[in-house]
Ligand binder design. Structure first.
Ligand SMILES: [Zn+2]
Length: 471
């Protein structure tokens, strides 16, 4: 039995207004090569100037995961040629990164684990190659966008743990507001280092898989690579230190090149950028203004809103869900009811979309209206569920839709009693069964009453009336 050892390098683009070392706009998309200047395409004589906001965001990220912030840090040139890198070097940090140490607690099936971080450093992104039928084009809009690279220690032991770790990091960055973490747009990417070894033996040779851009890809790539290495070792072959490309469609990885070490890049301090000295007061100011993260919000939900710990955790896993919940209860202050609906019906809907980046398709205000209708028994559960589907992705007002379509639940007891009496007269056998204590028969009456009222009867009322009538 081999032990799997995984370390992740997570790259996250910072959402500053401008790029890391020039004043070009930092924005995803745009016409190719329109967010560029002599600095970010590396024209001779152009001089970089560090964006203070990028430093602030990197420190913010560092503080939120318990890093020590280096008051002295240095930018270095990482030298290599690739067409998406106009300068033929990337400005990065090696010897003196901005943040060191720290860690993230993850929870996989109730088992908690602390994953140590090695460092978080600040660097610039490269441009993007666009492959077309005519040939490969280069778009430098992304070149020079500030990135943080978050490097973990090799503490992860499975694909499940790696994904939990990534989710936690992503959530943290989103709570901080320093990155939009859109994996599909590449603003959060992940390299996986993986090796196998036997208990008690030293770590094995590791391979690296680069630029995985969905949780699913990370999960599958790790499963695949662990199995591949196991088969190699069992066959008596050696693992080659290499960089592998994961092909998500094929579900396989391929060797790209033998892996380079840091010394291959001939790092040296960038003579155009003076070392950064961060003042203690600057760091403390950032620390003081850190927003509430998932765990803090979850604690509030338990203590102030009376939710269970588990529900609070599920609601705060994603910042936008937590924001959505908080906004919805501003319009409709029934936290437990709103929570149950979000964790139940809304999550079910989201899962059915099979899209990691899908978000809730109804405004919090309209959701509050829908839930008010349901909570007050103005509409039944079935209508409420259907409305969720119907309103998803629209701005339709639930109150208006219910009114226009006549979906109001029938809470008129006398009218309903007449209908139920008729059903009972027509079904003497079911009445006898119910009388003899077979409670399952109640579902039959509720079903019949719903049918007779086109789904508008209030099931609770039907239940009450049937119980009263058989006495
Ligand atoms: Zn520029």
């Amino acid at each position: 039995m081999y032990k799997v050892v995984i370390g992740l390098e997570v790259h996250s683009e910072l959402k500053t207004n401008t790029k890391c070392f020039c004043s070009c706009e930092n924005k995803f998309g745009g016409k190719p090569n329109t967010h560029c200047c002599p600095v970010c395409v590396g024209m001779p004589g152009a001089l970089p100037v560090l964006n203070q906001k990028a430093v602030e965001y990197a420190i913010k990220a560092g503080l939120s995961v318990g890093c020590r912030i280096n008051e002295y840090s240095v930018f270095e040139r990482k030298n290599y040629f690739y067409p998406d890198l106009a300068k033929a070097y990337q400005i990065s940090q090696l010897e003196y990164p901005l943040c060191v140490g720290g860690g993230v607690e993850i929870d996989v099936d109730g088992k908690k684990k602390f994953v140590r971080l090695n460092r978080i450093h600040l660097e610039e992104d490269a441009g993007k190659l666009v492959h077309t039928k005519e040939g490969t084009m280069i778009d430098y809009n992304r070149g020079g966008v500030p990135l943080i690279e978050i490097v973990s220690e090799p503490d992860l032991e499975s694909a499940e743990e790696a994904v939990a770790y990534l989710q936690k990091l992503r959530a943290t960055l989103l709570y901080l507001g320093v990155s939009d973490c859109k994996m599909q747009e590449g603003s959060l990417r992940c390299d996986v280092n993986l090796s196998l070894h036997k208990e008690g033996e030293p770590f094995g040779t590791r391979t690296e898989m680069k630029n995985l851009n969905s949780f699913k890809a990370v999960f599958r790539a790790i499963k695949y690579e662990a199995k591949r290495q196991e088969e190699e070792l069992d066959a008596g072959r050696k693992i080659i230190q290499e960089t592998r490309r994961w092909d998500d469609n094929a579900g396989k990885s391929y060797s790209m090149r033998t892996k380079e070490d840091a010394q291959d890049y001939r790092y040296f301090p960038d003579p155009d950028i003076i070392p950064i000295e961060v003042e203690k007061t600057f760091i403390e100011e950032i620390r003081k203004n850190l927003p509430k993260l998932a765990d803090d919000r979850a604690k509030d939900y338990v203590e102030k809103l009376g939710l269970t710990e588990n529900d609070a955790k599920l609601l705060t896993n994603e910042k936008y869900v937590s924001d959505y919940f908080e906004e919805t209860i501003k319009y409709f202050n029934e936290p437990k009811f709103v929570c149950n609906w979000i964790l139940g019906e809304v999550f079910k809907k989201l899962n059915s979309l099979d899209d990691e980046s899908a978000e809730i398709g109804i405004s919090a205000q309209n959701m509050a209206k829908l839930l008010k209708l349901y909570h007050s028994d103005s509409i039944g559960q079935k209508v409420a569920r259907n409305l969720l589907d119907e309103l998803w992705g629209t701005d339709l007002d639930p109150e208006q839709v219910v009114k226009e379509k006549g979906l109001m639940q029938n809470n008129d007891t006398s009218g309903l009693e007449e209908i139920i009496k008729k059903i009972m007269n027509n079904n003497p056998k079911a009445v006898n069964e119910l009388k003899s204590g077979n409670q399952k028969t109640m579902a039959f009456f509720v079903g019949q009453a719903m049918k007779a009222t086109s789904g508008k009867a209030n099931p609770k009322l039907v239940n009450e009336i049937v119980s009263k009538l058989i006495k």
